[in-house]
Design a protein around this ligand. Structure first.
Ligand SMILES: *Cc1c(COP(=O)(O)O)cnc(C)c1O
Length: 351
């Protein structure tokens, strides 16, 4: 069987289609420890969650199976609140207040659609504003007695221009007494929001943290309590395992450790006789710099395909490929990988 499994060079970023992240030896050991022991699970998770809340300086925390399950769980929490029967039957007609307001430009597909996650918890998606515009007033216009919560997505996937800021969403949610959920799945700074008064905040454990598949919810005590009711109902299909939790904790403690960053500048000259090459900064403002090339859209498409079909397969970052730009995310690469990628690019253009 081994000889049929292709190896992959991941130059695309933290992508679920490639398995998101690889874990460090320390995180792997943490996972082994969790996997090889029994725990009183409720007690164990509570201890870890209290530690997470204290470490990141939020009121309370909950571990979830992934950021995607974090969206389902927080949606269920703001609809069901203290009513435990709701999480057993989220589609019951008993609950009328189930509308989740989301800026239209935030209703994106991150690999699966945000709206599908909301609907899984029995939420009704109410889009505010337009594809390229959402103001505070456009959100307020959608608020009514059936509004259960407001969901704000902080991500490179969303429309970045003409959208209300997180601070605006916090202020209006507070004014109207409606819970605000912020999905910050791929953000890198976990402490950045702890002064911002967000009711429920979602992070992925497998993206910036490079932990096992998992997620972290932080926020207000009462709302985190609501999210915990979910475990005994629909949350069971998104169960947190002991090896997930133990690995996540090691990854969290290692979050400030220097990651090895490759200086990509010198590689530009290797490509200069082949194709236009330059460095791009992450469009969502994170401190991530990527190697990029520009060619015609047709050549970009065929390069992407050729790289993916090889063995090892090379997966690139293709959000701008319709303009002929192919990006190479180097966070998971060794210098040898980069040299190999350059070799394959040259081969492709000189054929
Ligand atoms: C990746 C992502 C998710 C899902 O994260 P997982 O931990 O893989 O479930 C959710 N929302 C956004 C905005 C994302 O980028």
């Amino acid at each position: 069987m081994d000889n049929k499994i292709r190896s992959v060079i991941n130059a695309s970023g933290k992508m679920s289609i490639l398995g998101t992240s690889t874990v460090s030896d320390a995180v792997a050991s943490g996972m082994v420890f969790g996997a090889q022991h029994f725990f009183v699970m409720e007690e164990y998770l509570l201890q870890l969650e209290n530690y997470i809340a204290k470490t990141l300086n939020y009121d309370a925390a909950k571990i979830v199976a992934s950021a995607a399950s974090g969206i389902v769980t927080t949606t269920a929490a703001v609809i069901g609140r203290d009513d435990r029967s709701y999480t057993l039957n989220p589609f019951s007609h008993k609950t009328k207040r189930r509308e989740i307001i989301i800026p239209k430009g935030h209703n994106v597909n991150f690999g699966a659609p945000i709206e599908t996650m909301i609907e899984m918890a029995g939420g009704i998606v109410v889009e505010a504003g337009y594809a390229n515009e959402c103001t505070k007033d456009q959100i307020i216009a959608k608020i009514n007695e059936n509004t259960a919560g407001i969901l704000y997505i902080k991500s490179h996937h969303t429309v970045q221009k003409n959208m209300l800021e997180i601070e605006d969403a916090v202020a209006l949610a507070k004014e109207h007494g409606i819970p605000l959920i912020v999905d910050a799945a791929a953000e890198e700074d976990f402490e950045m929001y702890n002064t911002k008064d967000i009711d429920l905040l979602i992070f992925s454990g497998s993206k910036a943290l490079e932990g096992p598949s998992s997620g972290i919810l932080v926020g207000k005590e009462t709302m985190i309590k609501w999210t915990k009711h979910v475990d005994k109902g629909i949350g069971r299909a998104m169960k947190v395992t002991k090896e997930m939790a133990s690995g996540l904790l090691v990854a969290l403690d290692a979050r400030h450790e220097e990651k090895q960053v490759i200086d990509i500048e010198p590689y530009l000259s290797h490509l200069k006789d082949t194709v236009e090459a330059f460095i791009t900064k992450d469009p969502a403002g994170r401190e991530i710099y990527r190697l990029a090339i520009k060619t015609s859209p047709d050549k970009a498409r065929s390069l992407i395909q050729n790289l993916e079909e090889g063995n090892p397969a090379i997966y690139t970052r293709n959000y701008q490929s319709n303009q002929g730009i192919v990006e190479f995310d180097t966070r998971a690469l060794t210098p040898k990988d980069i040299e190999y990628i350059i070799h394959r690019i040259k081969e492709n253009f000189h054929e």
